[in-house]
Each structure stands twice: as C-alpha cells, then as structure tokens.
Design a protein around this ligand. Structure first.
Ligand code: APR
Ligand code: ZN
Length: 357
C-alpha cells in the first residue's frame, strides 16, 4: 500500500510503497477513507518530538473495517470507525483509576507494528500509521461511528476535536459564564474555541500569531480575536474586567506560549497545556509568582477523554447539528499532496487539512 513516510528528521516526508503486516488475533484491517494532517506529525518530521525513522506518519483517521482477526468482537466488517491513538488496556493503574487517557501502555510516539519499507522495519506513529491506505491495528484502537457521519469530520474527531473539546469540557471543566483564552488556532485550538462557546463561556478570546486566523476564530465561535504580540496580556485584561481569564488553554506546544497563557490567566485561574512541546523547551516561573498568582498549571493528554465513551457522543452532536464542525476542514487533498500540507501547517495556514482516499 502507499503511505506517507519520514526517512529522517528535517527531511520532507514522501509517499512510499510500504508493506503492512497480516492481521493477528484481536486485530482489524481498516481501509482509511480520510486522515487529518496534525501538528504532532509535523513535530515528528521536524524533530521537535524525537522519533525513530523511517516512520509512517498519521494518527487522526477514519475508515471502514475490511477484515477482522480471530477473537474480534468489538467491530464487524463494514463498520465505519474512528481510530484511537491511545487505546486503553483497561487493566493498568491509570485505566483502573479513571484515567484511561494515561494508560501505561500508550503514549509512545512511534512503535514497530510489523510494517516494512524495502524489507526493513518501518515504525508507525502512535501505533497507527494512518496517513496510508490501510491500517492493521488492535480492535481497541477504534470506535464505531454512524455511517452517515462524513469521513473527514470523523477523522478529525479522533485527534484534534477530542483533544480540544476534552481540554475544555473535561480537563478545564469550563462552566457557563466563564472566560476562556485559547492560544494557537489550529485544528486543536479551534475545536477548543467551539467547545468553550458550546459550554456557555461568556468570553472566548482566540489568540494566534497569524492575523489570517481571525475569520476562522469567529467561525468557531470566539467572541474576540487577539494577535499574540507584546500587547496581548493588556488586551486580555481589558476584555476581562482587568483580571485575566478563568482558563487559558495553550494549543501550540511551546514554552513561550505556555508563558503567554500563564500571563493571560487571572489570580486563582488555570492554565491548561494541550500542545505537545520539546523536552528542552523550558518554562521559567518564579517561586513567588507561582505562589502569589495562585494559578493552577495542568496538562491535558487526549483531552482527558475516554474515546469509547466520548467519541460516539461527539459524533451524535455533530449529526444532530448541536455541535457544528464544518468550519474545521479547510482543505481536502490527495495523499500525494500531504507533504505540501505539512509545509502549509508549518507556516500556520488554514484550519485542518484532510487527506481523502
Ligand atoms: N502564539 C500564538 N499562536 C501561535 C504561536 C504563538 N507564538 N506560534 C504558533 N501559533 C499558532 C499557529 O499560527 C497555528 O495557527 O498555533 C497554531 C497551531 O496550529 P497547528 O499547527 O494546526 O497545530 P494543531 O494540530 O492544532 O496542534 C496544536 O496540539 O496536539 C498538539 O502536537 C500538537 O503541539 C501541537 C498542538
Ligand atoms: Zn494529533
């Protein structure tokens, strides 16, 4: 099959012919119909996130089950599924203590799953490698969704939407009347903006370095758009009675924007880190400002969500029109155009680009 492969950090990925493993007990073959291009793919290409190479990219996808292995009872051939890049084992400490998104058996950026490239082992992103025509994955790594849910939307539910929405609803637990700032308006941040508005937040301040994101921010439901420049914290204060927001949600993945989120938050408020940054990118906070600001700093992995529970609910709210995500798919492309989509993402353009198969 064909898939998008990165051969080394810093070199543009290319579409290559790769070999998939045969399905084993408990595994499922899915033909991919749509796959999103996510910033984490870019981070594994540009070296921000350390990963082994060669690496088959992609972890945000939806498709159709075409073959099931022995013992598979969660899905059937013909089911439409959204892939889950953190399938919980349901047995480890985290899974049995209500935090399946922190399952001890998930979270490795890249693993070997039996794929090969020119006869050599090929690593796959987050156990999936979904920017490809097919995946062979454990049955736990997918959630069945209604067949009338369009594949591009379904694909985005599996990463950007679950992450951004979960950060608002579950990690931050935004309540009606709250004020929220979202920093970084890619697929993740725009989903967070939409969720904050849907949660009844009175003020939703969308922040980006790119002025071109203003229209998308308003389409997602932001009450205000601000440029991430030197005047930002003053502008945020002006919009929040001089205090700062109750919740600032960082959706970039850099120390500098975590600092921006920190400064935008009121005393006693909380900073939610959604972006996945580099291990040497250090956030400086003085002991006094941590104490005096009384802020909470929390991270949100996979939106503190359980995809088995939360994806079907999200799919339903998209289908019944109560949660509109039409603004999120900004570009539809072929797999061959995916390298250019990564380059556009690096320049901060568009909302989400989806590869359709
Ligand atoms: N201040 C504000 N916005 C910024 C800044 C900055 N200093 N630097 C970049 N941005 C904006 C970009 O202009 C872009 O609009 O952040 C946005 C990031 O969007 P995408 O590249 O589309 O990223 P996305 O896929 O949404 O992921 C965001 O979440 O899951 C993690 O690894 C992922 O760290 C990444 C983050
Ligand atoms: Zn992702």
């Amino acid at each position: 099959m064909r898939g998008l492969v990165a051969r080394a950090a810093g070199t543009p990925p290319r579409v290559e012919q790769v070999d998939l493993p045969d399905i084993d007990t408990g595994q499922v073959r899915v033909t991919i119909r749509a796959a999103g291009v996510c910033h984490s793919d870019l981070s594994m290409v540009d070296g921000t996130i350390a990963a082994p190479y060669p690496l088959l990219l992609g972890h945000e996808a939806a498709g159709v089950v075409v073959e099931i292995g022995d013992g598979v009872d969660r899905v059937a051939v013909g089911d439409h599924v959204v892939l889950n890049w953190a399938p919980p084992c349901r047995a480890c400490w985290s899974c049995t203590h209500g935090e399946p998104w922190l399952c001890e058996h998930t979270g490795t950026p890249a693993t070997e799953a039996g794929h090969t490239l020119d006869g050599e082992p090929l690593h796959v992103t987050l156990g999936l490698g979904a920017l490809a025509e097919q995946v062979v994955v454990p049955q736990q790594a997918m959630v069945v969704v209604p067949t009338d849910l369009p594949f591009p939307t379904a694909a985005l539910l599996g990463c950007a939407v679950l992450t951004g929405v979960g950060a608002i609803r579950r990690t931050a637990a935004v309540r009606p009347g709250d004020s929220v700032a979202v920093i970084g308006l890619g697929g993740v941040g725009l989903s967070a903006v939409a969720a904050a508005r849907a949660a009844g937040a009175a003020t939703v301040i969308a922040v980006d370095v790119s002025p071109a994101k203003a229209d998308l921010a308003h389409a997602a439901g932001a009450t205000d758009f601000l440029l991430a420049d030197d005047t930002l914290s003053r502008a945020v204060r002006t919009l929040t009675g001089g205090r700062g927001v109750d919740h600032a949600v960082e959706c970039v993945g850099r120390a500098a924007t975590i600092r921006t989120a920190w400064r935008a938050t009121r005393r006693g408020g909380q900073v939610i880190v959604v972006g996945m940054g580099g291990k040497d990118d250090i956030v400086g906070l003085s002991a006094l400002e941590i104490f005096h600001s009384a802020r909470t700093l929390r991270s949100s992995v996979y939106g503190s969500s359980d995809p088995d529970r939360d994806l079907p609910e999200l799919a339903r709210s998209v289908l019944d029109g109560s949660f509109d995500l039409d603004f999120l798919v900004s570009d539809r492309i072929t797999l061959d155009e995916a390298p250019e989509a990564l380059a556009r993402m690096a320049r901060g353009e568009g909302a989400r680009t989806v590869v359709q198969f």
